[in-house]
Design a protein around this ligand. Structure first.
Ligand code: WAQ
Ligand code: MG
Length: 258
């Protein structure tokens, strides 16, 4: 793709509280439609403020990638879901201490009043938090998916009954996060009280979707990006925030037997 690309991001809030966000990377001809679709989504949340930012990105820096393979885990309850997340993180090279720290922090919405806008950066060995602003976290931004890959992804997810836009969006975000050289794994579940599913993603294990990581009605949630032990976070933060990343192909979907 040698056409100009624009990063477009939306953030809707009410009384400083985050309501809705969205992110895409689109050619010039797609900017207006993308902005309108994001504004439409923001509006369904009755926001007080909506920010839509549009920035041309330097296509010379563009990194292309594909989605991780998605595995659908089957767990009996929240405790089993969280236990599975800990096992999967350790398999990816995260220490039990670091995995437990992040899981507990997310279960408490990272100790901030309200939810973080970004993710915790966690040293996979020591469990130390590396993000400069612990109440905000680090946001992955300037990423998107081509229309063809998006359509392929929606089609494949629908075959498995996954029709909520959150799954596809999390897969795309995670593709960029895992493309950061120092990131070895990610843990996430939403702060949306009606969305108990979340995931562990890692470079070698792919995206493991865990259907129960919290009880419905629970408003806590968040994200953690685990960096290889001893990594300096600066280059990872620069990659996550600045490098444009475009998903051009999807992965496979596997379903685990209960
Ligand atoms: N960069 C870093 N962290 C982010 C970003 C971002 N661009 N967007 C959200 N977060 C963090 C922030 O702390 C939020 O509070 C938290 O993640 C949860 O965000 O397969 O919808 O947008 O169906 O509520 C999981 C999908 C959905 C599971 C997760 O997260 C599936 C979701 P939300
Ligand atoms: Mg949310």
């Amino acid at each position: 793709m040698d056409t100009e690309l624009y990063s477009i991001r939306m953030h809707a809030s009410r009384q400083q509280r985050h309501l809705s966000g969205a992110e895409d990377l689109v050619p010039a001809t797609g900017v207006e439609a993308a902005a309108q679709a994001m504004l439409h989504r923001a509006w369904t949340h009755a926001p007080q403020s909506v920010f839509v930012a549009i920035d041309q990105v330097d296509t010379a820096d563009l990194v292309r990638g594909r989605l991780s393979d998605l595995t659908l885990a089957s767990v009996a309850d929240v405790a089993a879901g969280r236990q599975r997340a800990l096992v999967e993180l350790q398999r990816a090279g995260v220490s039990l201490g670091a995995a437990n720290m992040a899981l507990t922090a997310i279960a408490n919405s990272a100790g901030s009043d309200g939810v973080m806008r970004g993710a915790m950066l966690v040293d996979a060995g020591s469990g130390q938090r590396l993000e400069p602003d612990q109440s905000r976290g680090v946001r992955a931004t300037r990423f998107g998916v081509t229309p063809a890959a998006k359509a392929d992804c929606e089609r494949l997810l629908a075959v498995h009954g996954l029709t909520h836009h959150r799954t596809r969006e999390a897969l795309v975000l995670s593709a960029k996060v895992l493309a950061a050289p120092a990131v070895i794994a990610e843990l996430c579940w939403s702060d949306d009280p009606d969305y108990p599913a979340g995931y562990v993603a890692s470079k070698q294990g792919g995206y493991l979707r865990i259907p129960q990581l919290k009880k419905s009605g629970d408003c806590a949630g968040g994200r953690a990006f685990f960096l290889a032990a001893g990594s300096d976070p600066a280059s990872t933060i620069a990659f996550l925030e600045q490098t444009p990343f475009l998903v051009t192909a999807i992965g496979a979907v596997h379903r685990e037997r209960p």
